[in-house]
Design a protein around this ligand. Structure first.
Ligand SMILES: CC(=O)N[C@H]1[C@@H](OP(=O)(O)OP(=O)(O)OC[C@H]2O[C@@H](n3ccc(=O)[nH]c3=O)[C@H](O)[C@@H]2O)O[C@H](CO)[C@@H](O)[C@@H]1O
Ligand SMILES: C=C(OP(=O)(O)O)C(=O)O
Length: 459
């Protein structure tokens, strides 16, 4: 990455942290103390932001509840406001989104959001329906692979849109309107599935989407669209039919709980030998994670109001994990889990099949004492369940290895959280910089660390 691009990303990260209350960009952690206590997770980052975009499709205001205070929500708020949507927050965690005065945005306001989130790409369909044109800035999100948007653009073209790329970003128009289409995704992409849903609900006619992603956050988005008046059939074998309607209303909805944040805290409990009750954690969306957590040697108790995750004592065990689309083991879970695996007895292997570059964060873990070898072209193994994507990588983790403090810099969202866990599990003191990036997906991180008894100072 060019130095000026890295500097601009770092500036973005620290400003985004500040906008959601994370005032420091560096933390000094004194490790070796188990995390113990109770914290609450709110609505999912991977649903809340999409639900906000869906509000653009309604003729009346929408109310979204349990919205986390994270910078991706802040970015989407600013993008909606640039397009004339009035966004207010009458109480903590509730957003009211009023799209009744939607208008074209000034380029400068959109450009100011370039490089900060992946969500702007999902504005295409709703903006085409409302304004006949969509101007999309350069996308951000975690740099864990190439992350192309070809499936999105091909789908939009199938609906009748015209895509133009210029120095201003991507401009999309639909001079003849948007009409239902038959689309088969080359891979069950979460974002491309959402793109199709948000476009098809008001396109003329019926859309058939094959090889769709069916993550719980997508089903929650479908529930929201149904509340708005959409007709969407989720059929067997990853097929979704959408019958376009002429008008959608606003919705009232409580966002599905953030299973990725829950899994992160579960791994933190395991890696630090701790005991964390995650309020509002839900078991059904975490079945696959819980199986792996148990096989590693973690214990959990499911309660009415959340899940307790703890290290029951004894040695942790090595496991073989491969990331996959839902209902497989989610890629966003593997980075925090790897920290716990450095403390497991034996050789664990994590096959990453979703992104081609999601193990970069392990370099700094080597400096902290971990034994991790990354195989950039993947690794054949007889225990593989679905060896199928060419772009995959594998990480082989041999443990247990004591971790010791180091100075590290947050590279991406989950990698950053992993460094926090590693520092908390390590002997000695670590400093972690570029902390603002963590605020993309973890709200009130400092308050939560305090509630769990972590020993740290902010610089
Ligand atoms: C904001 C959000 O919800 N982010 C989640 C979403 O990301 P996102 O929606 O970006 O992830 P996708 O499911 O689209 O991407 C999966 C794979 O498909 C590839 N691909 C995707 C689109 C495309 O047009 N062309 C293409 O080749 C990607 O490069 C990647 O290798 O789902 C991922 C997979 O569960 C999660 O890790 C992210 O946390
Ligand atoms: C990869 C992630 O997010 P995004 O798609 O927003 O970069 C994530 O949440 O781990």
């Amino acid at each position: 990455m060019a130095a000026d691009q890295a500097a601009s990303l770092a500036k973005h990260a620290s400003q985004s942290g500040e906008r959601v209350g994370l005032t420091a960009d560096r933390i000094t952690v004194h490790g070796g103390k188990p995390l113990q206590g109770r914290i609450r997770v709110r609505g999912a980052k991977n649903l809340a932001t999409k639900a906000m975009v869906a509000a653009l499709l309604g003729e009346t205001p929408s109310v979204l509840q349990d919205v986390p205070l994270i910078s991706d929500v802040d970015i989407v708020t600013r993008m909606l406001e640039a397009y004339g949507v009035a966004v207010s927050s009458p109480d903590d965690g509730t957003l009211v989104l009023d799209p009744q005065n939607v208008e074209k945005a000034h380029f400068a306001k959109i450009d100011a959001l370039a490089g900060s989130s992946r969500i702007p790409i999902l504005f295409c369909g709703p903006l085409l329906h409302r304004l006949g044109e969509a101007l999309i800035p350069d996308l951000g999100g975690c740099r864990i692979g190439d992350r192309p948007i070809d499936f999105h653009m091909d789908a939009l073209r199938a609906f009748g849109a015209i895509v133009d790329k210029s120095y201003e970003g991507i401009t999309i128009t639909a001079p003849d309107g948007l009409h239902g289409a038959h689309i088969e995704l080359p891979y069950p992409s979460v974002g491309a599935t959402e793109q199709v849903l948000l476009t098809a609900v008001r396109a003329e006619g019926v859309t058939e989407l094959k090889n769709a992603a069916i993550e719980p956050e997508i089903l929650d988005l479908i529930a929201i669209l149904q509340k708005m008046g959409a007709i969407i059939w989720v059929e067997p074998n990853r097929t979704i039919f959408i019958e376009g309607v002429e008008r959608l209303e606003g919705y009232t909805h409580r966002a599905i709980s953030d299973r990725n944040e829950t899994a992160s805290w579960a791994s933190a409990a395991l890696a630090t030998g701790g005991d964390i009750f995650v309020e509002n954690a839900k078991q059904p969306e975490l079945l696959t994670f819980l199986n792996v957590f148990r096989k590693v040697g973690g214990a959990f108790d499911v309660a009415e109001d959340g899940i307790r995750f703890y290290h029951p004592g004894g040695a942790l065990k090595a496991v073989q994990v491969e990331t996959d689309v839902h209902p497989g083991f989610m890629t966003d879970w593997q980075q925090p889990l790897i920290i716990a695996l450095t403390q497991a007895e034996g050789v664990s292997t994590v096959h990453e099949t979703v992104y081609e570059n999601r193990f970069g964060f392990t370099d700094a873990l080597l400096d902290m004492g971990a034994d991790i070898v990354v195989h950039k072209d993947g690794l054949e193994s007889v225990t593989r369940r679905v060896p199928r994507r060419r772009l995959e990588q594998a990480a082989v983790i041999t443990g247990p290895t004591p971790l010791h403090g180091a100075d590290v810099r947050v590279p991406d969202l989950r990698g950053g959280f992993s460094y926090l866990i590693a520092a908390l599990a390590a002997d000695g003191t670590s400093t972690i910089s570029n902390l603002g990036l963590i605020s993309r997906g973890y709200e009130h991180i400092i308050d939560k660390l305090t509630a769990l008894g972590a020993d740290f100072e902010l610089d």
